[in-house]
Each structure stands twice: as C-alpha cells, then as structure tokens.
Ligand binder design. Structure first.
Ligand code: DP6
Length: 324
C-alpha cells in the first residue's frame, strides 16, 4: 500500500488571462495561455492518516480554517469520484517567498493533484490530471503540463502544453510590489466582475481575440507581438476589475511605477513587457538573455521589495513514492 507521496509543480503566470467562470468546477469563461516558472516551485507531501480527518500544513504551519476547508472539500471531490479512499495529511511548501503574497494556488493544487493521483486506484493520465487540478484552482490546470500551456474556455476543459520549457525563448522577472496578502481573492473577484462590471462581456469577446492572436504570435516566435498582446490583455482585464462595483483595485503606487519604467526601458532598447495578476506585483516578460538586465533594472525601481528571475518551468511531477 502507498503511504506517502512527494510531488512538485511550478506556479505559472498567464500571458492571456483567465478572469471569469463559465460554470462550476472553475470552468473558465476565457481561454488562457501561461508560462510555468521554474523559480516558483511548490513541493507537497501527502501521507495517509488514520482517524477520519484530513490535516493541512502550509509552509510548516497548520493551515488557517479557510484553506483547511477548501483543501478538505477538494479531497472530498476526489473521494466522491472514487479516485481516492481514506484520509490524508497534506504538507505543502512553497519554495519561494510567500510572505510577499505571491499567488501559489496554481502550483499548490497542481502539486497536490499530482500527489493524489499516485494514491488513486485508477490510472490518471496527464489530461485528466489537469482537469482534476482545475477543480482545485482554475490556473492550476496550466501548471500540470507546465512549459507554455493553454487552458481553453468551456464547461470542463484541461490544459495542454503548447511548448516544452526548453523551447520557450523567453523567461520572466517577478518584481514584488508589496508584502502581505492581497485584498480580494481571484475567486470572489471574478464573480464580482461578472456580476457588476459593465465591461465584462466586452472582455469575454476580447479574450477570444487575444487568444487567437497570441497563439499565432507564439507559433511565429514573434516576441514583440507576444509582449504587446500580453500587456494589452492584462490592461483589459484590469479595466474590467476597476469597473467592477465596488472596484477591484489591485495595483499600488509601485505597480504603476514599474509599468511606467518598463515603457521607458523599451524605448531605450530593452525588449521587456509587463503583466499583472490579481495583486500588485509586476511580472516582466523578456528574452532569456535579457533576464539579468531586466532583473537588475527592476531591483532599482523605488519600492520594489524583491525580484525573482525565472526560466520556463516543467510539468507537475511525482518525485517520490513510499510503500509499505
Ligand atoms: C488573475 O486560478 O486563482 O491570476 O479558479 O477561482 O482558483 P480560481 O482562480 P485562480 O485565478 C487566476 C486569475 C489570474 C489570471 C490567470 O492566472 O489566468
């Protein structure tokens, strides 16, 4: 019997964003394309326990109630589908600074799903695993294939890999614009946008156009086009967020300073573009060889709390299985 499994997955940053749900199970209302980042890894150890209760440890400490409930409900989903039996202790560790409030649900649920799949009496293939990770968090579906991955919109999609990490000609620099947790999580945020943002429908249409154009730009390896599309898509998403009532304002003054700085760098010859998720941090996209230069410049922007330089990362994987 398998008693303990260790698995890992990389977080990912979307070039075209998932913002909106089409139905239950984190069914996305927009297609999204992302890059997994090797520097943002989560390792999760799952152990079988007796006693009829699951336990959740996050970064070495018992998880708060919200997280415990969410992870417990996620394990229930696996149990209800007959994919898992019994109770478990989930010990998840982010190998990057989470004190900065960096999103970790993508790598967290992808690593957890990978670990759980090793316990399952049923064989779970990659596509099925991505679907299962999506039930935990929509963006986690994309961390399963890793590399450059696309999650289509629709009722029950899985993410597929567009390019393996070694074939992706660019990387990313994460510039931390604050410490601490963000105000409104993505989950509530996207529901609020769908309910009240006057631009939500226009966003859904634009997301489809950006998806088509992004795939073409990626196929052509056209970095300036990829970068411009990523910035435009990000700006459209934040326009929807800002017009949500009450407004979802995720940016702070450091975010705006960074967004302005990137434009200046570009004018002066550094080919870098910016994207921002549901938080204040700015993620720069640039050619692999420009990563150190972009990171150096980001570090010098006043108010930046930290900079993480990252190459493309791989798929979610099971690292170790213990049996008795
Ligand atoms: C802005 O995947 O965190 O980062 O499915 O509710 O768990 P849930 O949401 P989540 O949303 C990610 C939103 C985003 C854009 C993106 O990563 O595509």
């Amino acid at each position: 019997m398998i008693t303990r499994v260790r698995a890992a997955a990389c977080a990912n940053i979307a070039l075209t964003k998932y913002w909106g749900k089409a139905g239950p199970g984190n069914a996305p209302a927009t297609p999204s394309i992302s890059l997994a980042l090797s520097a943002l890894r989560t390792e999760t150890v799952v152990e079988r326990v007796r006693g009829g209760r699951d336990r959740v440890i996050l970064d070495g400490r018992p998880a708060d109630r919200g997280t415990r409930t969410r992870v417990g409900a996620y394990l229930d989903l696996w149990r209800e589908q007959g994919l898992l039996r019994g109770n478990f202790r989930v010990d998840s560790r982010n190998l990057f600074p989470t004190a900065a409030g960096l999103a970790s649900s993508a790598s967290g649920y992808a690593a957890l799903a990978a670990a759980l799949s090793a316990f399952s009496p049923r064989r779970i293939g990659r596509i099925e695993l991505s679907r299962l990770a999506r039930l935990g968090s929509g963006s986690a579906a994309r961390s399963v294939p890793g590399g450059l991955a696309r999650l289509p919109a629709g009722p029950d999609p899985a993410a597929r890999r567009l390019l393996p990490p070694a074939a992706v000609p660019f990387g990313m620099v994460v510039a931390l614009a604050a410490t601490g947790e963000k105000e409104t999580g993505s989950r509530e945020g996207m529901l609020a946008s769908a309910r009240s943002s006057p631009y939500y429908r226009a966003w859904l249409r634009q997301a489809r156009r950006d998806d088509r154009e992004m795939r073409a730009a990626l196929a052509a390896g056209d970095l300036p086009r990829i970068g411009a599309l990523a910035e435009g898509n990000m700006a459209a998403m934040h326009a929807v967020m800002l017009a949500t009532r009450p407004a979802l304002l995720y940016w702070n003054e450091v975010t705006i300073r960074l967004l302005g700085a990137v434009r200046g760098w570009r004018r002066r010859g550094l080919a870098a573009w910016a994207t921002v998720d549901a938080g204040p941090h700015v993620v720069l996209l640039c050619a692999r060889e420009d990563l150190p230069r972009a990171a150096r410049r980001a570090r010098r922007v006043p108010g930046v709390r930290g900079v993480i330089e990252s190459l493309p990362g791989g798929a979610a994987e099971v690292i170790e299985i213990e049996e008795r």
